[in-house]
Design a protein around this ligand. Structure first.
Ligand code: NAD
Ligand code: ZN
Ligand code: ZN
Length: 403
């Protein structure tokens, strides 16, 4: 039997490489696995040899101990891989195909999937709508920061790259299709970005930079990115964005200095519930981004909110935050008739078109987010550096495909 090494969450601040079983077409019990999923037959699945598997800000919420993730949960929802085995019910995907895996697991059969709302599939997580690989409360599907991973409903879920050699040439860009590029794009689209829009994006992490890249693709007149991390802001300026440094105060005045008016047409929250307050030395204040986006968005505008919010947070700043309740100035948003789009990005809605933009050199997402390949063994170091705010998107290279 082939060995399978994987990155596991061990406890707050700690990830480690562990040995796990090579996947089979039947779900086994394990850390975080929903009991109702144990024994489930996955004849529609494939086994992938991992080509690239990225570390995400969403993983960091778990690794910082800010969720109820159990020890030994195998991490990894951003997966690109080569098919090495197909289940008996797989019709179209073949051994040897190199594919991007949307981080949402979706059945393709339920009413939400039929409406392309694959982030809230009803059939893959017994606890609630929506599922993902290697994530707490998402059904217990084993994560892909490993040599091998099982992907269910393969004909439906997988995006096959048209040409293997071309795919390997652009693999660092294509590796962003499993999550952050579609997620950033969804943030921009749901904020209503179009030709000539003025856009503010809170957060210059990989998702914020992907949203900024997407806003440019969509024709925005000006894209302003806010963060308190100066290296990440420099990254955003590197591909033509304006920036605001939130360690100097809130975004409104700085935006007015940049574009002459204190408001934008469209805004994106690429931060989520671990948001810090504005100003020098500000502490965590989870409603900061949502409240400032309502303030800065022009009446009639929209907020794209890919930033993650939780229903329980053991490390929350107060009792309300520990239950996922935030102190929102909803009246501001209501008075301005703002629209909000929250939730998991339905990756499948966008990944093919973004793949085409990459393959035809219309966008350089890997460069914009500073994607960097590291060995699977170096995952603990990658997690630590990313947590410390490195302006880098770490891509694990478990099987040596990435040069
Ligand atoms: N909806 C989805 O499908 C989806 C998919 C992927 C990631 N996410 C979420 O998107 C968020 C961003 O992901 P990431 O990988 O870029 O994470 P990240 O942690 O690398 O980036 C977050 C950035 O926000 C900055 N920040 C903190 N407070 C801020 C504030 N008040 N204003 C502006 N910036 C502030 C931080 O300095 C950091 O640079 C996370 O919450 C992640 O869980 C959601
Ligand atoms: Zn992710
Ligand atoms: Zn479904």
């Amino acid at each position: 039997m082939t060995g399978n090494k994987a990155v596991a969450y061990k406890g707050p601040g700690k990830v480690e490489l562990i040995d796990i079983d090579y996947p089979t077409f039947e779900l086994k019990d394990g850390p975080g696995v929903n009991p109702a999923n144990v024994g489930r037959q996955v004849r529609h699945g494939v086994i992938l040899k991992t080509v690239a598997t990225n570390i995400c800000g969403s993983d960091q919420h778990m690794v910082r101990g800010r969720t109820t993730a159990p020890a030994d949960l195998v991490l990894g929802h951003e997966i690109t891989g080569e098919v090495v085995e197909v289940g008996p019910d797989v019709e179209f995907i073949k051994v040897g195909d190199i594919c991007s895996v949307p981080f949402n697991i979706a059945c393709g059969r339920c009413r939400n999937c039929k409406e392309r709302k694959t982030g809230i599939c009803l059939n893959v997580n017994p606890d609630r709508p929506g599922s993902a690989y290697g994530y707490v409360d998402m059904g217990g599907w084993v994560g892909g920061q490993a040599n091998y991973v099982l992907v269910p409903y393969a004909d439906w879920n997988l995006l096959k790259f048209p040409d293997k050699d071309q795919a390997l040439e652009k693999i660092m860009d294509l590796a962003m299709l499993s999550d952050i590029f579609p997620t950033g794009y969804h943030g921009a689209v749901s904020a209503g970005v179009g030709v000539g829009s003025t856009v503010y994006i809170a957060g210059a992490g990989p998702v914020g930079l992907a949203a900024a890249t997407s806003a440019q693709l969509l024709g925005a007149a000006v894209v302003i990115v806010g963060d308190m991390n100066t290296d990440r802001l420099a990254r955003a300026r590197g591909f033509g964005c304006e920036t605001v440094d939130l360690s100097k105060g809130g975004p409104v005045e700085q935006i007015e200095q940049l574009i002459g008016v204190p408001e934008v047409d469209c805004a994106v929250d690429a931060v989520g519930f671990e948001a810090k307050g504005h100003g020098a030395g500000a502490q965590e204040a989870p409603a900061t981004v949502l409240n400032s986006l309502m303030e800065v968005t022009a009446a009639g505008g929209a907020l794209g909110i890919p930033g993650l919010y939780v229903t329980g947070d053991p490390g929350g700043v107060d009792e309300a935050a520990r239950k996922g309740s935030l102190s929102l100035s909803l009246g501001t948003g209501w008075a301005k008739s703002l629209s909000f789009t929250t939730g998991q990005c339905p990756v499948m809605k966008y990944n093919r078109q973004l793949m085409m933009a990459i393959l035809h050199d219309k966008v350089h997402i890997a460069q914009n987010v500073n994607a960097k390949a590291i060995a699977l063994e170096d995952a603990p170091k990658g997690y630590a550096e990313f947590d410390a705010g490195a302006a880098t998107k770490y891509v694990l290279n478990p099987n040596g495909y990435l040069s």
